[in-house]
Each structure stands twice: as structure tokens, then as C-alpha cells.
Design a protein around this ligand. Structure first.
Ligand SMILES: [Zn+2]
Length: 373
């Protein structure tokens, strides 16, 4: 503003200073910015806040709204001068957000006939859409859980544009399925007998093995664009599902509390990042996302006292039902019955060392699906 006044400028653009790489808190930045406009703007008639990221934009809108309410209140109690009131033509929140931007890129304005996605975004590929989607969740998660929640709500309508119909294959086919010999060892030696007749399928261990497991089983009849569904999409869908219904999940899975990470930390620090390992949380919501049952199989390597073994071996995880779907049950009775189970093995990339050594605290680091032979 000192320079603007020196050069008699009448308009300036104002970014969220230091909120990017320097991680200055956006709320404080907004307060400083608004206060400096109030105190130092002098001849500047037009100040535009140029805010690149949606969460930061939202913080500025909130602070500006708070500030405008304060000023308007003060104006009503006649403590401010007419001059000050005229100089601060306060925009109400509704006029600020009436510029409708694409909810995904937040860059392009929406054409009048579109509700969520700009022309440019709706023309990009499914996988590009979800790359951007997860990126947005990631940025929001950096700020706070509340911001992540808002981002999930905002972006959720996009999921409806890309229906996901998933039919998991059940049978092992040696001509197309590579087997996982380490996992085979666990199935044959440390899992319940009922699984001896199944074969673990090799899955790439790139940090996305949990999501890759479900992609690997995407059979014919899965959504028309089956090949375009990525692990990033499944991760993004799973995050939205968990974040927006977290209280329902916490209630339903209260007995698992001892083996669950604190959700708010886990989702912000791990789950929103592509290729970060999945945790038990991911397993709780994927049945709802894919409308399947997941039967988890946990090898008894650590013996009977292992809590994970007790809670995760031969457990069926089903979609979360809401009141709505319970009422729908009657009409679903006649639907053709297809097996919609996925058997998921908690495995390890390596076989345990032999020679009868007692393995202390064996921890799985890999997921693979089991298919019927
Ligand atoms: Zn867009």
C-alpha cells in the first residue's frame, strides 16, 4: 500500500501472502490483509484478493464476512463515520460466492448450463479427474480436518458423474493370474483350512496394494470404463465415504478401536497421499464404496493372543447401511443373487524365516486377494 499510495495507484491485487510455501496460517493472513486494507488503502479504490486455492479462498471469505458484519454492526450503532461506511462498500457473503467456479479446478467459471464441472474438466479423462480430486483433498487436509471435510462435501457431486459398478471375479485363472508364492505359504500354513482351496494373486507392492487388489478383481460387467478406474480413484472415493460418515463408522466399529489409528490424523497424514499404505480404516469403507462384502483373512503367525488376528481373521465387512437402504430391503429381495465377496489376505512380501524360529510381532505389509481354485 505504501507503494500504491506513492504512485497514486487506484487498484491493486492482493494474494494470500506467505500462505503457500511458507505455510503462514491463512486465517491470520486474511486478518492481516483485511486490516491493512482498512488502515492503509487511502487512494486505492479497488482491492482484489487473488486466491488460488479453494480452502484459502474459503478462509478469506469467512474472515471478510466476519469483518463486514462487524463494520455493518458498528455502522448501525453510528460509531463509524459516513466516510468510512462509503469507502467500505461491504460485500455480503452471498455476492462473494455468487461467482460460480468449477468445483474441481476452481479456475474456470462455470457456463450457465453446468452445475459442477467446467467444460475443460468435463473433457478430461476419468483418471485425470480423480488425480485432481485427490490433489484437492490433499491440499485441504494440510490445513485441517475441517477443511478436508468441506472439500469432501464440495467435491462429492463429481462421484455421481462417474458411476462405479463393480463385480469382483471369484475364480482363479492361471492363464491370466500370477500367483504370489509368499502369500501362498501363509495361506497353506497359517490360515484357516477353509482357505486352503484358494490361490493368492500377485499384486504390485507400490504402496497401493490394498486398492490394486480390488482393481485386479474388477471383472466383466464392472463399470463400462473399467480400465480407467485407478487406485487413486478408489482412494479418493474411500476418503469421501469415511470423512463424511465418520461417526457412523466409529459407532459401528467401536469394538475395533484398539487396533484403529486415530482417524483424523490418519486420513490427513497418510490416507490422502497416493501410494501411502492403507490401514484398517480403508477396509471399513471399501465395502460401501464398491457395494461388496470383504472377508478378511489374517494369518496366525503371532499366535492366539494377537489382537489383529482375533479381530481380523475370517471377518466379514459389509456395506454400511443407512436408514434409507434398510427400508429398501424389501424391494431388493427379488434381485438376482450374485456372489459379491472379496477375500482379502493380510500378507507379507516375504515368507517368514523357517527353522522354527519364533517370529515376534509379525506385521503384515502387503494385501493380496484370494481366488477360488
Ligand atoms: Zn474445471
Amino acid at each position: 500500500f505504501a507503494l500504491a499510495n506513492l504512485y497514486s495507484l487506484t487498484s491493486i491485487a492482493y494474494p494470500a501472502i506467505s500462505c503457500g510455501a511458507n505455510h503462514f496460517p491463512p486465517q491470520e493472513a486474511a486478518q492481516v490483509a483485511i486490516e491493512s486494507v482498512r488502515q492503509y488503502s487511502c487512494n486505492v479504490k479497488d482491492v482484489r484478493f487473488v486466491l488460488f486455492e479453494r480452502p484459502i479462498y474459503d478462509v478469506f471469505v469467512k474472515e471478510w464476512t466476519n469483518y463486514s458484519q462487524k463494520i455493518n454492526q458498528a455502522a448501525n450503532t453510528t460509531t463509524t463515520t459516513t466516510g468510512e461506511r462509503d469507502r467500505f462498500r461491504i460485500a455480503s457473503q452471498s455476492s462473494l460466492v455468487s461467482i460460480r467456479n468449477c468445483i474441481l479446478c476452481d479456475e474456470q467459471q462455470l457456463p450457465a448450463n453446468r452445475e459442477h464441472l467446467c467444460t475443460k474438466c468435463s473433457e478430461s479423462t476419468r483418471s485425470m479427474i480423480f488425480d485432481k480430486f485427490l490433489q484437492r483433498l490433499c491440499i485441504a487436509a494440510e490445513i485441517s480436518f475441517h477443511e478436508l471435510e468441506k472439500a469432501c462435501k464440495l467435491l462429492k457431486p463429481i462421484l455421481n458423474y462417474y458411476p462405479l459398478l463393480y463385480t469382483p471375479i471369484q475364480k482363479f485363472d492361471q492363464s491370466i493370474h500370477p500367483r504370489d508364492s509368499a502369500a501362498e505359504y501363509y495361506v497353506q500354513n497359517q490360515c484357516n483350512k477353509e482357505f486352503r482351496n484358494t490361490m493368492p494373486v500377485a499384486i504390485v507392492g507400490d504402496g497401493n496394494c490394498f486398492y490394486n487388489t480390488f482393481l485386479k478383481l474388477a471383472g466383466a460387467g464392472t463399470t463400462t470404463e473399467a480400465s480407467a478406474v485407478t487406485s487413486i480413484e478408489l482412494r479418493a472415493r474411500n476418503i469421501v465415504e469415511l470423512v463424511l460418515r465418520i461417526n457412523e463408522y466409529k459407532t459401528k466399529y467401536e469394538p475395533l478401536e484398539t487396533i484403529l489409528d486415530k482417524f483424523e490424523d490418519y486420513v490427513r497424514k497418510e490416507m490422502v497421499h497416493d501410494t501411502h499404505f492403507a490401514a484398517i480404516w480403508d477396509l471399513l469403507s471399501i465395502p460401501t464404496v464398491l457395494n461388496i462384502d470383504v472377508i478378511s483373512v489374517y494369518p496366525k503367525v503371532n499366535g492366539d493372543s494377537d489382537l489383529h488376528y482375533q479381530m481380523l481373521n475370517v471377518k466379514r465387512f459389509s456395506p454400511l447401511t443407512s436408514n434409507e437402504t434398510i427400508n429398501d430391503k424389501q424391494s431388493k429381495v427379488d434381485a438376482p443373487k450374485t456372489v459379491r465377496d472379496v477375500k482379502l489376505l493380510f500378507s507379507h512380501c516375504n515368507k517368514p524365516l523357517k527353522l522354527g524360529t519364533v517370529i515376534q510381532n509379525w506385521m503384515p505389509n502387503h494385501f493380496v486377494p484370494l481366488l477360488n481354485l
